[in-house]
Design a protein. Sequence first.
Length: 345
Amino acid sequence: MKFLDLAKVYLRSGSGGGGAVSFRREKYIEYGGPDGGDGGGGGDVWAEAVDGLNTLIDFRYQQHFFAKNGQPGMGRQRTGKDGADIVLRVPAGTEILEEDQETVIADLADVGDRVLLAKGGNGGFGNLHFKTSTNQAPRRANPGQAGVERTIWLKLKLIADVGLLGLPNAGKSTFLAATSNARPKIADYPFTTLVPNLGVVGVDGAEFVVADIPGLIEGAHEGRGLGDTFLGHVERCAVLLHLVDGTSEDIVTDYETIITELDAYGGGLAEKQRVTVLNKVDALSPEQIEERRGALEAASCGPVMTMSGVARTGVVEVLRVLRARIDAGRSAARDEREEPQPWRP
């Protein structure tokens, strides 16, 4: 199944049915009077986050969604049938944007979240509503209200606990393959990862989800390489795992390149908690490891771990640190939700 994280969708809610102009014509009833019924309401257009979806591929093959119109009213005070609603089923973590791709309509972060995108038109009144003491045979009825037509964008942001960052060939896919059942493409050339990959990682009986996104290069925020198209998938992550290739000629520049791109992207990514790891240490001598680790610690102003995804050395220690950061973040979020709110009348 192909991965699709952005889709343009055209919506239209149903129009309301028109009211009826009708009069009673029954035997033995001298004064029948008006009996036109109201029109039915048009169908609504909803969006709902459902379980079991992780891509917007369904919206590549169908971009137009039109709800049903309401039926017109009928004689004998019969109201027309309401039009059927339409529900757009999207993966959890989908943002719904206006046509300008900037204004957020809704953020369906959790399964079951639901939002009304287009309200159906009201049905028109039949001539029975216009009966008065001075106008006992009205010959007018209201038309149904027109539906709402709009264009929106669906943007999927994967929900993962850990997001992998690094230059191309920093070892992100190798780490994901070594710690989970995911099988991303691994090769000795850059940009082997073209779409985000998800893997479930387990350590000490606990599991969490890791998202591997395509590598960034200098100028990604200007559209170079694959650009920062996929950085939105790590916005929801609790912690970022920054992998630096230990065999690179200038690891400090590599580290600063990624940090610069995070700052340019915005969205609070640069302020997220990060775990910095010097990767591919199996190809370095102990002296080189200490030298490059010290340089990286000075650049990052924090601790740096060492790891080799191929040799599986240091992987468990990195996973344990990630798990501790995730648990701390979840605990803080839970405490914030459970904090008693001041009473208000």
